[in-house]
Structures are given as structure tokens and as C-alpha cells.
Design a protein around this ligand. Sequence first.
Ligand code: B12
Ligand code: SF4
Length: 416
Amino acid sequence: MTKSSPKKKVVFFFPAFSSQEATAPLGVLAVSTPMLNAGYKVKIIDSTITPQFQRRTVLELPDALCLAISLVTGPMIRETVEIGREVKRLFPQLPIILGGWHPSLLPDQTLAADFVDAVVIGQGEDAMLEVVRRIEARESLKGVPGVGYKEGGRITFNPRRALRPLSEMPPKAYHLADFDAYERVCGRRWAMYTSSLACPYNCGYCTNDGVYGRKWNALAPEQVAEETTDLVKRYNLELLWIVDDNFLVDRERAVSIAERLVRSEVKFDWSVQASTNLVCRLTDEELRLLRRAGLSQVSQGADSGSPHVMHLMNKDFQTLEHIYGSAEKLTRAGIRPSYNLIFGYPGETETDRRESVSLMMNICRRYPRAEFWTNIFTPYPGSPIMERAFELGIDVPKTMEGWADFFPRYTVLPWL
Ligand code: B12
Ligand code: SF4
């Protein structure tokens, strides 16, 4: 590399997540902005929309500073390992950096994989920019907060990076996304958006603490209304999925967002994730306002129909009345209630399981538009229940590759 032609390109690979819900990877768009602002070029190769993605990735690399991959635990690991190994074989000197949920929750094991040079733990915006600057300057990653790295075969972890509130983060680089290509794959033109981070609760199976902590923080209503309407107009979107852990923590903020969206007269559907107790806190009038603003669905973790299991899950903030109440209130307002149910949580009995089935049947009979997503419990590293799952004899993969099959439908639970 000569001084007159510096390498300023960063290539991101986003492995397929085996789902029809194709849209731009928001984590990658978030991490890209600071690099673009600092003058780096960013190329994203999303395997879901890129034919011959492996070849296309390799073709981008000769003039790149590094290859960065974003992944969650599960099948995304398969393509991560395939691409990672092939790239290491072809470009042994090119650093490969992994970030996102899996590397954040299992950093030691991820960094131990032969093709991985560095991992970023938690929020990636500031960390990745620093990593790229160091790579460009051919400097060590020593001392970069939130980063683990290999040097001369030795693994070192720098101290963690403090969480930054969402309001301090730059806007995400949506312009890098090819929404036409995503629409061709999934038949819908939609995007994800983040209006708040973290959740104040601490459900036993939830991993969110490991990346975002438990201090809820959010964007102001005016920013949310402005950015969402702008996105919808700019990319001609029909739906926004607001991927916040718990959108309704601040009731006044939610109402104010809705008022502003109604005033904006930009029409689009949007959906949120929220806990049933916080849905019930809203009045019928507030929910009707949210509906008028386009809110079409609220996804909620009902998780069990048994108060005993809810207690085991550390979900005492939710009662059965909240689950039935949220179905009633959302239906009255014209918003679809959607629920997750978990079967097979440690300590769940046959009777508890029947209570969950009854809950689902009762709600679906009374509220035909309600939907349920059922899951067999999967203990994820970083969740509070993981310790208990170990005591009960769960066998977890010992290598990064092993986690590719650790998907809800493959799990063997010794207590079932
Ligand atoms: C959207 C989403 C999906 C979508 C993805 C669509 C898409 N096109 O991306 C769909 C519906 C497909 C999905 C599916 C699943 N998901 Co999901 N999903 C989410 C959700 C709600 C939002 C993710 C997101 O984009 N956030 C916004 C961005 C900005 O934040 P971020 O991803 O955290 O990115 C930041 C950092 O992580 C980091 N970062 C991310 N990538 C990279 C890369 C580099 C190089 C660097 C340096 C940094 C970095 O920097 C970013 C900015 O700070 C999260 C929960 C959440 N609150 O985040 C769960 C979540 C990621 N999903 C999860 C799970 C378990 C699943 C499923 C297994 C669910 C299931 N039962 O089937 C499947 C698995 C999919 C698969 N096959 O692998 C878990 C992952 C846990 C884990 N250990 O990995 C999460 C955390 C939910 C949870 N708490 O349980 N999911
Ligand atoms: S309510 Fe949802 S996001 Fe909050 S701790 Fe429970 S599972 Fe996690």
C-alpha cells in the first residue's frame, strides 16, 4: 500500500438469517455511518439479496482494509465460517472482525475461531471506527474499548466500552441499502427503525442486558416522527418495524409520537414490541390515536399462560389479566395483538403447559385477529437462566461452528 493510494474501503458481510423477513441489516447501517463520515468507503454484501455472495465478497477484498461480519447466534454462523475461512485462505493478512449479538455474548469462543482476528462487543459505532483507523495506520488494537483481538496468536480483551444513549448516535446509513432488492426477495417494502434502547425488566430468558444493559433510553418524539416519515417518503416504504425492546416504557413519548405522525399526514403501517402491562396502561383513546398514526401490530412476550412459570421467568410485572387485557384493548382499537409463547422453560409442569395452550385458545377464539408464535425454550448465553440450564445438564456447543445448529428447533432440553 502506497501513501498516494491509501486503502479506505471496509467490506461488510451479512450472512443469511434463514427467514423471509428480508430487509436491510440495521446493525450494519448503524456501524457504517461513523466510517462514512470519517471518509471511508463502505461496501455491504448481504447474502440474502446477493447471488454468488461468496465470489462477490472475495472480489471486493483486494483493495479493502478489512472484512467485517455481523451475526446473531444460530444459522448465520454457517455462512460466517464458510466466508471467513475462504477469505483467510485467499488473503491471510486481511483482518476479519466479527460484531453483533453472538460475538458480544460469547466473545472468547468467537475470537478463538481460527479465521477471526478481532471481535467487537456491544455497540459498534465508535469501536469499529477506531478499529478501522488502527488497521489503516497498521497499529495494534491494544486499548480500544469494547474490542478483543489476536496478536501473534495471543488473545487479548480490552476493557468494555461504556454504553452510549441512542440520542447521541448518528443517523443510520439507510442510503446504503438496496430496498428494491429486499422487496424482490420478500414481496414487501419495509425497513427497521430503532426509537429506544434497552428494557427496564429482566426476564430470565432475555439476552438484551448483555448488549444494551437495563437502562431504557430513547429518542425524542419529534426526532422519531421526523426520521420515520422521512424514511417512508424517501424509500417508498409500506411498513416500518420499530425493533425497540419495549416501545411503551414512556407513555407520553409514545402518545406524542402518534400525535406528530397523525399531523404529518404521511401514511404507513408500523409495528412495535412492548410488554402487555404497558399496553394495558394506555387508555382506549390513546390506543385509537396510535392506530390512526399507523400502528398496526404490537408484538408482546406473553411467554406463558401459567403465573407459576411467569414467576420462574422473573416476569412478575405481567399478570394473566394483562395478557387478556392487552388483547381486548388492542382489538378494540383495531391493532393486531401478537404474542410469543415459550414451552419447556425449566420448572414448567404439564399443568403449566396446558394453561399456556388454554390461554392461546381462549384469546384466539375471542379475538380472531390475534396471533401467537410458539417457541420451544432455547437458553441463550448471556441470559439469566443460563446458569440454571447448565445445572440441569444442557449441553452447549464448545466451538463457534457448533452454535450454527443451536436454533430453537434443534435444541435438546434435558429437563423435558
Ligand atoms: C430484527 C431482528 C430480527 C430479524 C432480522 C431481520 C434483519 N433483516 O436483520 C428476524 C425476524 C429475521 C430475526 C430472527 C431471529 N432472531 Co432476531 N432480532 C431482531 C431484533 C429485534 C433487532 C435487531 C436489530 O437490527 N437491531 C438494531 C441494530 C441497530 O442493533 P444491533 O443489531 O444490536 O447492532 C448493534 C450492535 O449489536 C453492533 N453490531 C451489530 N452488527 C455488527 C457488526 C460489526 C462488524 C460490529 C463491529 C458491530 C456490530 O453495533 C450495532 C450498533 O450499535 C433483535 C433484538 C434487538 N433489540 O436488537 C433480535 C435478536 C437479534 N434476535 C434474536 C433471535 C434469538 C432471533 C431468532 C433465533 C428468533 C427465533 N426464535 O427464530 C431468529 C434467528 C435468525 C437466524 N436465522 O439467525 C436474539 C439474538 C440473541 C443472540 N444470542 O444472538 C435477539 C437479540 C433478540 C433477543 N433478545 O432474544 N431477528
Ligand atoms: S420485557 Fe422483553 S425485552 Fe424486556 S426483559 Fe423481558 S423479554 Fe427482555
